[in-house]
Ligand binder design. Structure first.
Ligand code: FMN
Length: 442
């Protein structure tokens, strides 16, 4: 019986000692961390101690770029997470965290010291801090957004107040980023305005096609043939994304898209095309991000080596070839370029402009499937088999033409079949083997 009173007393004092040791070590760690971070803080002191902080943890640069965007909006400078101390966090009223995950849900290199001290951070009082947190990751990793989640939990444990639930981004998805941008204010990078929408198919039956021009709020770079991912909201409020080829070059300062308002069989028009071709007002805002075309390298090599390029496009697939073609025309090359476009009733205006202004080395053919002398593109290909075969044949040593076919899937199949019977099989095989036979169907 007596033992029962002694053991808890011993356990309690041992517990108190261990608690004191743990707390002491915790505070020591905090102090050491503060000293080291103050020495390495941008500007040599605790210059990251402003009222509003923008902090990033980034391995390959996306979180850092987004941090710069956020800092620009707030008129401040972003800092790597490693440069802040708990003291700096305590003095700030608002902090914006943009945190990528690396390793196995771990901190990127520029946040490792911060990550090591997360336990110590939990002992700080951050009840005066409000924060927004963007976690960047990749759902293919088991610890999706692991680091962002850890920091979020530590901040909550310190009593900091999230301004909104953590926003998580899967592989830079525009729809996820749109949520962040919606949280941090409307005037964000990634915001574009519709400056012009022109009907490309006046007085024609069937689904209308449009030529759109969009201008970014802040200048943006892209590569020829880039893909624009447009963020949309479905009627039930779920974020959606639609992708379109960019027909213009960055020098123009505007993204040009060509799209058709599509209807399902007896159904309503597609979400993206209905909004962009009708719902969106002139001057209206679009959340848009740009990525490279999967064919960018092959097309850039053909451009660099000044090799012949044969492009065959149907309908709005014209947009996918216009970017690479305009890049070729802007250069000093002399190799022949040939664009064949299949449409319904009449040539699209951008194609007519190109035919009027293009150099002699550019041949353009527009094949119309309806109208006075209708012809299907596959038939046209068979009729021109000889000229097309000669164009894609190696001919002289070092001649390595590229063939790029794009447009809707169904006409695409018929075009590939026609090319298969019209072109020399070994030339086609050679182009395929060396990555010079490119297709882009949707
Ligand atoms: C080597 C490596 C490891 C990664 N580990 C994870 C991970 O464990 N969890 C996760 O969600 N994302 C992980 N990612 C994905 C990145 O967090 C994601 O690509 C993020 O957008 C990168 O942002 P950053 O460019 O700012 O570094 C990893 C990426 C790389 C390259």
């Amino acid at each position: 019986m007596g033992g029962r009173g002694v053991i808890p007393a011993l356990t309690l004092s041992a517990f108190r000692i261990s608690l004191a040791v743990v707390l002491g070590l915790g505070w020591l760690a905090v102090l050491l961390w503060q000293r080291r971070a103050a020495a390495t803080a941008p500007g040599g002191g605790d210059t990251a101690s402003g009222d509003t902080l923008v902090l990033f943890a980034s391995q390959s640069g996306l979180a850092e770029r987004l941090a710069w965007d956020q800092a620009r909006r707030l008129g401040t400078t972003p800092h790597p997470l490693d440069s802040v101390t708990p003291q700096i966090l305590r003095r700030a009223s608002t902090a914006w965290f943009l945190l990528a995950s690396a390793g196995d849900g771990e901190a990127p290199d520029n946040a490792r010291a911060f990550a090591r001290r997360l336990g110590a951070l939990r002992q700080c009082d951050l009840t005066g801090l409000r924060y927004g947190l963007l976690a960047l990751g990749d759902r293919r990793y088991p610890a999706f957004c692991g680091f962002g989640r850890q920091v979020d939990a530590a901040l909550v444990a310190c009593g900091a107040h999230p301004l909104f639930p953590r926003v998580e981004v899967d592989r830079g998805a525009p729809a996820d980023l749109a949520q962040w941008h919606a949280r941090v204010g409307a005037d964000t990078p990634g915001q574009w305005r519709l400056t012009e929408r022109r009907l490309l198919t006046p007085r024609q039956a069937g689904d209308p096609a449009y030529h759109l021009r969009l201008r970014p709020d802040v200048p943006v770079e892209w590569t020829p043939g880039a893909i624009a991912d447009v963020a949309l909201l479905a009627p039930d409020g779920t974020p959606q994304q639609r992708s379109y080829s960019v027909a213009s070059l960055p020098q123009s300062g505007e993204v040009e898209l060509i799209l058709r308002r599509r209807h399902g069989p007896d159904g309503p028009p597609g979400l993206g095309s209905a909004w962009l071709t009708a719902g969106l007002a002139q001057g209206g805002r679009v959340q848009l991000s740009l990525r490279d075309s999967p064919h960018m390298d092959a097309l850039a090599i053909a451009d660099r080596d000044d090799q012949p390029l044969l492009m065959i496009a149907t309908g709005t697939g014209l947009a996918a070839v216009l970017g690479p073609l305009r890049a070729r025309l802007a250069g000093s090359g002399t190799a022949p370029l040939w664009l064949v476009h299949g449409e319904r009733h009449a040539a699209f205006a951008p194609l007519r402009d190109l035919a009027r202004t293009g150099p002699d080395r550019l041949r353009i053919d527009c094949v119309l499937s309806r109208g006075p002398r209708p012809q299907r593109l596959p038939d046209w290909i068979r009729d021109h088999a000889e000229a097309l075969s000669a164009f894609v044949a190696p001919g002289a040593p070092g001649r390595q033409p590229t063939l790029f076919v794009c447009g809707s899937r169904d006409p695409g199949r018929a075009i590939l079949a026609a090319l298969g019977t019209s072109l020399n099989a070994s030339d086609l095989h050679q182009m395929q083997q060396s990555g010079r036979f490119l297709t882009d169907f949707y």
